[in-house]
Design a protein around this ligand. Sequence first.
Ligand SMILES: Nc1ncnc2c1ncn2[C@@H]1O[C@H](COP(=O)(O)OP(=O)(O)O)[C@@H](O)[C@H]1O
Ligand code: SF4
Ligand SMILES: [Mg+2]
Length: 345
Amino acid sequence: MEQRTESPKEVLLEVKNLKKYFYSKSGFIKSNVQAIKAVDDVSFTIYKGETFGLVGESGCGKSTTGRTIIRLYDVTDGDVIFDGANLSQMTQSQIRPYRKRIQMIFQDPYASLNARMTVGDIIGESLDIHHLAKGKERQEIIWNLLERVGLSKEHANRYPHEFSGGQRQRIGIARSLAVNPDFIICDEPISALDVSIQAQVVNMLQDLQKEMGLTYLFIAHDLSMVKHISDRIGVMYLGKLVEVASSDELYDNPKHPYTQALLSAIPIPDPDVAKNSHRIVLEGDVPSPMNPPSGCRFRTRCRYAMDICSKVEPVLVEIEPGHFSACHLNKNSEGVSFQETVQND
Ligand SMILES: Nc1ncnc2c1ncn2[C@@H]1O[C@H](COP(=O)(O)OP(=O)(O)O)[C@@H](O)[C@H]1O
Ligand code: SF4
Ligand SMILES: [Mg+2]
């Protein structure tokens, strides 16, 4: 009898110890250059065909992570390995073929669509840049894409301002699909849309993923937006990844106090469940990435913060198979802190 085994997961993207610092000069003195540590030693893996959600409050470095992967920003340190090739040190001409394979869609489709171009030309532009199709073939591809994202070919001659927010996001998605990419970085693609439209766009992205074998990095500031679409989720805080797990595991069994606080902030529609749930209020603002707290960056807002938290920075450790967390509280079955076991190595 044929034995069915699960096919091993193939890695598409590996981000290793990625750092992206921006430097800002304060005053006229040159030596006063300060580093904004937007992304500060972040590592994660994305497998082919999956959706990896990246979540965290505004300013924690999600967009910078996405933009550095696709090399819209130079890498300060670390590696970005896409399908076996290290993008982090490539020149702009070496990176060009990967600009076709990796696409990005943005939160504000209106700002990212050229208002003076027709929708057809917006979608066709990347076909032109990469010399992929001309004339009738180009037109067919554009019409096809419009239909694929729930619009129609008549829309090709119209301009972005003639569309609603949801429709504009569909145009942005069609544009990203034109070059037949493998990987799409979706940077808060639904955050600016009405709640009623959000689900439609997410469902469409999921259908397209299945049809076209796409892999997504799906960025959101709110955990409620990524649960439905993500296979696995990474939670970011002030330039660091603090927890990574499968979507179900992260919701059912969050290990990091920051994730627990984010989850408790999601409104629960069922009043009986809501009555028994405990809302953790995150106090204070996110500290500045120019001068992050010592030790655990979350300690200034963590209700469990202990002495060690200001002294020793917790690293991301696999505390259960596939579940990673960076907190001094996480202990193994013998009651030993995972941080002690790794930091003493
Ligand atoms: N181009 C830039 N120059 C200087 N600082 C930046 C730049 N882009 C982002 N930052 C800073 O980096 C941090 C992370 O920003 P960002 O990646 O946009 O966060 P998120 O997408 O999670 O809201 C913020 O403190 C932001 O102000
Ligand atoms: S390491 Fe300490 S401060 Fe950081 S999340 Fe864990 S308990 Fe809180
Ligand atoms: Mg952002």
